[in-house]
Write a protein that binds this ligand. Structure first.
Ligand SMILES: *Cc1c(COP(=O)(O)O)cnc(C)c1O
Length: 349
């Protein structure tokens, strides 16, 4: 018998979305951006490699200084309030490691991002979930929540609605522990909880470069939080968690805000058109503030439609969870991809 820790032996492990390696799929299942990243990113990566990759023999800047500086300017905070990460998943992991000891409680909303549960299991923390009301508020949230961390995904994945700031502010006041606002999709929304970080000492905001910046393949994220939190996260991360190429990619992407606006604008336009078109033939679509929609066919059988799309090499996300099985999460692709998807859905009925 391997001397594994009990919680590791007992846990199932996270299953990431399907990533087909062959061509020919319309891939709308993991919320990647259909457009390429800013051209400055590739330029910066090529420059950073140096002649024949000679720069790669040297370790990167362990403190991500340049990228933190640029992010700090963008979000109008001091650099001590910023940390960069190897995907925002790394931040979620390190927040749990920093704040929730074995047997202590971590909470999140169900449905939202189930990876929080996997990370909590690894740590041996206890997990609590809160449901949603019909009007997308949290059901039965206590007047005072005593758990160590509460993960609030806003915009919500997979449903796409957003919690407004006044509501998040009340939650911050009711949490004894840390309120982590996972804003993986906030660039596609109109508002953000970023300003609450300076007002409430227990609020942390995490962002990813995987969706709005079209950089899922680079593995980049960041968090904004007060310096005491950032220092704790800095203590426990791998010292060289970001490689040289990721670091220059982050800086270049953050600097090119004009491209981000254009990129996000395109996705939002396609999203809103696609949502309206779906509604015209009977689908229910939750108004989305992200780069995907949660859509419900008239017979409320998500699996049937998922399988029919799969046969046509269109990949979307179906969840067997009883709360979600009546619909599908469809990532927003290019205009052409969404037109093909729409045509297929019309045919499938
Ligand atoms: C995609 C996603 C993440 C992970 O982002 P990475 O930066 O790719 O690790 C975190 N939270 C939510 C809600 C996401 O959808």
């Amino acid at each position: 018998m391997l001397p594994l820790r009990k919680n590791i032996a007992e846990m199932a492990g996270y299953v990431p979305g399907f990533q087909p390696q062959e061509e020919g799929w319309i891939k709308l299942n993991t919320n990647e951006n259909p457009y390429p990243p800013s051209p400055m990113v590739a330029e910066a990566i090529v420059a950073e490699m140096g002649n024949g990759g000679e720069n790669l023999r040297k370790y990167p800047d362990a403190g991500s200084k340049e990228a933190r500086q640029i992010a700090a300017e963008l979000y109008r905070v001091d650099p001590e309030w910023v940390i960069m990460a190897n995907g925002s998943d790394e931040l979620l992991n390190n927040l749990i490691r920093a704040f929730a000891g074995e047997g202590e409680e971590v909470a999140y909303i169900h449905p939202s991002y189930s990876y929080y549960a996997t990370l909590a299991e690894i740590q041996g923390a206890r997990i609590r979930t809160f449901g949603l009301t019909e009007d997308f508020k949290i059901a039965d949230f206590p007047e005072r929540y005593e758990g160590k961390l509460f993960f609030l995904t806003s915009p919500n994945a997979p449903l796409g609605f957003v919690f407004d700031n006044s509501y998040i502010e009340k939650l911050a006041q009711r949490c004894s522990g840390i309120l982590v606002v996972d804003e993986a999709y906030a660039d596609f929304a109109d508002d953000s909880a970023m300003r609450l970080v300076q007002k409430y000492e227990n609020v942390v905001v995490t962002r990813t470069f995987s969706k709005s910046y079209s950089l899922a393949g680079m593995r980049l994220g960041l968090a904004i939080a007060r310096p005491e939190v950032i220092q704790a996260l800095d203590k426990i991360r791998d010292h060289y968690h970001l490689d040289r190429l990721a670091l220059v990619a982050a800086s270049a992407a953050l600097k090119d805000q004009e491209y981000l606006r254009l990129n996000v604008g395109r996705v939002r336009n396609v999203r809103d058109c696609f949502s309206n078109d779906l509604r015209t033939f009977g689908y229910q679509v939750i108004p989305s503030h992200a780069n995907y929609v949660f859509a419900v066919p008239t017979d409320r059988d998500g699996k049937r439609v998922y399988e029919a799309l799969f046969k046509r090499k269109i990949l979307v996300r179906y969840f067997s969870d009883p709360l979600l099985q009546h619909g599908l999460r469809i990532s927003i692709g290019t205009r052409e991809e969404m037109q093909k998807t729409l045509a297929a859905l019309r045919e499938i009925g």
